[in-house]
Design a protein around this ligand. Structure first.
Ligand code: PMP
Length: 440
């Protein structure tokens, strides 16, 4: 089937797929664990799209809910009024919110994407500090090799150095360094035993800048997009303790780790460390409709909305905050997660996941394998110093052989839909293994 005509008029994101015209890869339909390409090939989805289709593709229940909603109420203003389904969805989210049964971060703010969730969380943190009389705290701390989307807030705290070089950053933002270096080249299943003290780098920044200037520290519990970096045991607890000591809010960016990816609802619950704010998107609606949500503790919410120096007059919100169709998709998605037990699925599969992925050890080019929940990062040696060149070739080879993987630099990442079966884990490893043997 010809697919050339659309290509000239379609402006591809310039970060993606530069060779697109020469070798188009077009996905036309999807069902369960598979995409179908325009040339009819079935492609096993090793990445849940972009870490988002946690319940698998083509879920009729979600499509039907969206259709029902769009023919009932397609859109309603999100300011000065509401619509019932946004409240219903927030209520349902509050019931499963991160933080455990007695201490949930059950105040919900809706956004349209992960990047919007990050910007919202950073603004909430600064506004909260002001509301509790800490108006000098405007500095935001992220991590080198963190990824928090592409808004100005997200790139300022993020670790994409090229983005930070080209665009101005939020004043005062700074970064923890080399956070996960100990975890590398160690072939660890789950969390590395050693390295908790890497979190002490936050003390360095506190000493450098003064605690009274720092509003919040944002980290991904498991850094995904920058190469699957798993926190050493005790690292996140230590970060929490340092934040507590200095009055710094802790934000977990759970855009990837939220909604069952690690075998619990959220990484917050998986690691048993409670931040003040959690950002989410992706799995919130199973990728079907763009949406994000920010969860905050009641303390953060109440100071902001009802405190003595309430910041309620601040304006923040999006035209599509709590969009009815997105809420419908989200409600149907949560039903599927519950009915199919998908929040614990990654835990059930974790041993098989660890063992099957780590069986690749020893194959050509591999220098590290990291697995946790249903995430894996397989790091390759660079070819002649060209970072990412070999991994990209492996990606193209796998795609041709019917497997979608994600490459980021020299690292191959997996995050399959949580409905994956053990045989399909085997298939991932066998297709990738063959591609690695062929790779130059
Ligand atoms: N934060 C994290 C941790 C992410 O992984 C991503 C997307 N990969 C984002 C934020 C940005 O999300 P979006 O692309 O939906 O804006």
């Amino acid at each position: 089937k010809p697919n050339a005509p659309v290509l000239d008029s379609y402006w591809m994101p310039f970060t993606a797929n530069r060779q697109f015209k020469a070798a188009p890869r077009l996905l036309e339909s999807a069902e369960g664990m598979h995409y179908t390409a325009t040339d009819g090939r079935k492609i096993l989805d090793g990445t849940a799209g972009l870490w988002c289709v946690n319940a698998g593709h083509g879920r009729r229940q979600i499509a039907a809910a969206v259709e029902r909603q769009l023919t009932t109420l397609d859109y309603a203003p999100s300011f000065q009024m509401g619509h019932p389904i946004a409240f219903d969805f927030a209520e349902r989210l509050a019931e499963i919110a991160p933080g455990g049964p007695d201490n949930r971060l059950d105040r919900v703010f809706f956004t349209g994407s992960g990047s919007e969730s990050v910007d919202t969380a950073l603004k909430i943190a600064i506004a909260h500090q002001r509301a509790i009389g800490q108006g000098t705290r405007t500095r935001l701390i992220g991590r080198e090799r963190g990824y928090h989307g592409v808004g100005f807030g997200g790139i300022s705290v993020g670790g994409l150095v090229n983005n930070r070089r080209v665009f101005p950053q939020l004043a005062g933002s700074d970064h923890l360094r080399h956070t996960h270096d100990l975890a590398r080249n160690a072939y660890v299943k789950g969390q590395p035993e050693h390295g908790a003290e890497l979190a002490d780098d936050l003390e360095r920044l506190v000493a450098l800048h003064g605690a009274e200037t720092i509003a919040a520290c944002i980290v991904e519990p498991v850094a995904g997009s920058t190469g699957v970096l798993v926190p050493p045991k005790g690292y996140l607890d230590r970060l929490r303790a340092i934040c507590d000591r200095h009055g710094i809010l802790l934000i977990f960016d759970e855009v990837i780790t939220g909604f069952g990816r690690l075998g619990a609802g959220f990484a917050t619950d998986y690691f048993g460390v409670r931040p003040d704010i959690v950002t989410t998107a992706k799995g919130l609606t199973n990728g079907a409709i763009p949406m994000g949500a920010v969860f905050t503790s009641r303390a953060v919410h109440d100071a902001l909305m009802h405190g003595p120096e309430s910041q309620i007059e601040l304006f923040h919100g999006y035209t599509y905050s709590g969009h009815p169709a997105a809420c419908a998709a989200g409600l149907a998605t949560l039903e599927i997660y519950r009915d199919e037990g998908l929040f614990t699925r990654a835990a059930e599969l974790e041993t098989a996941w660890h063992d099957t992925l780590h069986s690749l050890k020893g194959l050509p080019h591999i220098v590290d394998i990291r697995t946790i929940g249903l995430i894996a990062g397989i790091e390759l040696a660079s070819r002649d110093g060209a970072v990412g060149a070999r991994a990209y070739d492996v990606f193209v080879d796998c795609f041709q052989k019917g497997l979608l993987i994600r490459v980021t630099g020299d690292i191959i990442a997996f995050s399959p839909p949580l409905i994956i079966e053990k045989e399909q884990i085997g298939e991932i490893v066998s297709v990738l293994g063959d591609a690695l043997k062929r790779a130059l």
